[in-house]
Design a protein around this ligand. Structure first.
Ligand code: SAM
Length: 286
């Protein structure tokens, strides 16, 4: 602890993981406000951004920068401060810290060091989006951001072809159209998608369409691609009679080089399916 650190002793010396709004400043809990008012120090990803957030709630606290690039090294300093008696809140730019945001290493190291961690729950875009999407919520898979590079993105989507749970991705406005193109190519044009845009903000919108129609819709108007996005993808249908998407992808690929009959026969061997069903599907769709 440095000379400048003052222990206010209003809260026990612990790490408090505090969720903040994802757009609408009214979406903050009483407990989050009380915690932020009472801690000695607030660790934040972007101290300028968080300074503005805190001043909106008339809270003035010393801020400690903690982001992806300094988390491991600066986290140790924070742990020393907590051990010396300071209470510390961790916040991120929006939503719940650690959810596609910094904090994992700090929390992990606090656990190792025997420092208590208290979660103060609140908004997160993933749960907010899912709660109003109309897709199955009993089981879901949060996939965070897809890799930015084409190959990495394709590999990740290929690994999800058979996933039956609702899948949830964070996506940037610059990449949303390309991502949907890859979804069409890998998961199929008919796969149901829901986009939650600008959650809790003035232009909050939900778009629910099959993948191919979603791409057309996004291309229609640049306003449809503005702001922040959560992309939700319906899980694969596990219908005994339906041909798995992975087999359809193989068939489409082979059909580029071979007559449909041959492509269907090879696909049938590779995926242990009936060649007639593949041939029929190819006639109708390729
Ligand atoms: N920690 C945050 C949380 O709990 O949701 C997520 C932070 S991550 C760096 C930012 C991404 O979350 C955005 O690119 C977007 O995909 C999603 N997101 C955050 N706020 C959003 C909002 N208001 N509407 C839609 N998506 C949002």
């Amino acid at each position: 602890m440095s000379e400048n650190d003052q222990v206010s002793s209003q809260l026990p010396a612990k790490l408090y993981i505090v969720a903040t709004p994802i757009g609408n400043f009214s979406d903050i809990t009483y407990r989050a406000i009380e915690t932020l008012q009472q801690v000695d120090l607030v660790a934040a990803e972007d101290t300028r951004h968080s300074g503005k957030l805190l001043s909106h709630y008339q809270i003035k606290k010393p801020l400690f920068p903690l982001h992806d690039h300094n988390e491991r090294e600066r986290g140790k300093v924070l742990i020393d401060k907590i051990k010396a008696g300071l209470s510390v809140a961790l916040i991120s730019d929006a939503g719940t810290p650690l959810i596609s945001d910094p904090g994992y290493h700090l929390v992990n190291e606090c656990r190792e060091a025997g420092v208590d961690i208290v979660p103060i729950p609140g908004p997160s875009a993933v749960i907010t989006a899912l709660s109003a999407a109309g897709l199955p919520t009993d089981r879901f898979s949060f996939e965070g951001f897809l890799p930015a590079k084409e190959k990495g993105k394709q590999d990740k989507l290929k690994a999800l072809i058979e996933e039956t749970r609702t899948m949830i991705f964070y996506e940037s406005p610059r990449r949303i159209q390309d991502t949907i193109k890859q979804v069409i190519a890998i998961l199929g044009a008919e796969r149901k998608l829901v986009i939650a845009r600008e959650l809790t903000k003035t232009f909050e919108s939900f778009y629910s369409l099959p993948a191919e129609e979603m791409l057309v819709f996004l291309n229609q108007d640049s306003n449809h691609c503005r702001g922040e996005f959560v992309l939700m993808v319906a899980g694969a249908q596990k219908d005994e009679d339906s041909i798995p998407q992975v087999a359809l992808n193989t068939l489409a690929l082979l059909k580029e080089q071979l007559p449909l009959k041959k492509a269907a026969a090879l696909t049938a061997q590779i995926h242990d399916r009936q060649k007639n069903e593949l041939y029929k599907w190819g006639l109708e769709n390729l």
